[in-house]
Design a protein around this ligand. Structure first.
Ligand code: SF4
Length: 340
């Protein structure tokens, strides 16, 4: 969760590295290898409320990419509802150029990385493969080829917190890249790695007692899945997205986002001491919290409810909360004092 970031930044970050890269499409082996360089116009409305230099605004506006396929890897990993709403409302979506800082830095990094040619390293290659009757593409930051095996590295801007708690979607994304490489080039997967570029790293925190990354750049090993398992996962995700598109075309309700996809924070019950700002202890269960509260012999204690909420919706981190019936029904229900 990127809770410290503006909503649209987080939405855009989901595309960040793909978005900035020149598109190099490498079709499945069965189609032969074809290289395409395509740059598309950007329909997203970009404002400049902080009056940043025009050169940056132009960079933000031209900073688009083409996936050259029916679906990209990042799309199929994302919740179908979010993807469909983004497609429907893309022209209404708006962001400020200042919120695109990390996306632009991603672009800059891609441009620099491309110039760094190292033997056996392939930079910025987009691979495309057919599966489930559609084309799926993925832009791979770095491939290191060693004989008939390849190691994959993906750059990620992230917080220091993410380095100690690897995001499941990173594991999924890299394994799908591995699968694509295997399908397109017939190579086996040696290693999958994230090169984490830590946005909030500061040297002073190294002195703190808790676990903290030793440097602002960390290389993290990602578990490698069995290729069959990866293919089954890809098929299931594509089917979900196809169903979502069909529902949208028929004017039906889109598949709902799950609690996990909405970054649902559960309701907690805090045992509080009168006059204190911080909870004595937090509980998941009201009964347990009440019991603990009643057992306190000295002082004045009470139980405070900390209502859970879907963080991704409430902060519009998906970028489409304004048009989401699932979330808006809940907002209305809560305003009317009920539950959804
Ligand atoms: S607002 Fe929430 S439920 Fe709706 S698309 Fe976004 S994350 Fe999903």
């Amino acid at each position: 969760m990127n809770l410290g970031l503006p909503p649209m930044t987080t939405a855009l970050l989901e595309l960040a590295f793909d978005a900035g890269s020149p598109v190099i499409e490498n079709t499945c082996v069965s189609f032969g290898v074809v290289l395409l360089f395509i740059q598309r116009g950007n329909n997203l409305k970009i404002t400049n409320i902080h009056n940043v230099p025009e050169t940056l605004v132009k960079l933000a506006k031209t900073n688009d990419y083409s996936k050259n396929a029916d679906y990209s890897v990042t799309e199929i990993i994302s919740p179908p509802r979010i993807q469909r709403l983004r497609k429907i409302h893309f022209k209404q979506m708006q962001t400020d150029v200042s919120d695109m800082l990390w996306q632009m830095l991603g672009t800059a990094l891609h441009n620099v990385a491309e110039k760094s040619q190292v033997e056996n390293h392939i930079n910025e290659e987009r691979l495309v493969c057919k599966i489930e009757g559609v084309t799926l593409s993925g832009a791979i930051d770095v491939q290191i080829v060693n004989g008939n095996k390849v190691s994959v590295i993906d750059y990620k801007f992230c917080s220091s917190f993410s380095v100690t708690d690897i995001k499941p979607e990173w594991e999924t994304q890299l394994n799908i890249y591995g699968w694509l490489i295997n399908k397109v080039k017939g190579l086996g997967i040696d290693k999958l790695q994230i090169c984490a570029l830590i946005r909030d790293w500061t040297r002073s925190k190294l002195l703190d007692k808790y676990e903290y990354p030793k440097a602002p750049i960390q290389v993290l090993d990602i578990p490698v899945w069995d290729l069959k398992k990866t293919e089954e996962y890809i098929s299931s995700r594509i089917r979900l997205h196809k169903e979502s598109k069909l529902s949208s075309d028929l004017g039906e309700e889109l598949p709902l986002c799950s609690d996990e996809e909405r970054w649902q924070r559960p309701t907690k019950y805090a045992v509080m001491k009168k006059g204190a700002k911080r909870a004595v202890k937090l509980f998941d269960d009201l009964e347990v919290a009440t019991k603990v509260c009643n057992e306190k012999k000295e002082g004045d204690f009470y139980v405070e409810q900390r209502k859970g909420e879907p963080i991704r919706c409430a902060g519009n981190y998906c970028g489409v909360a304004d048009w989401c019936s699932q979330y808006n029904k809940e907002v209305i229900a809560n305003q009317n004092g009920g539950s959804s």
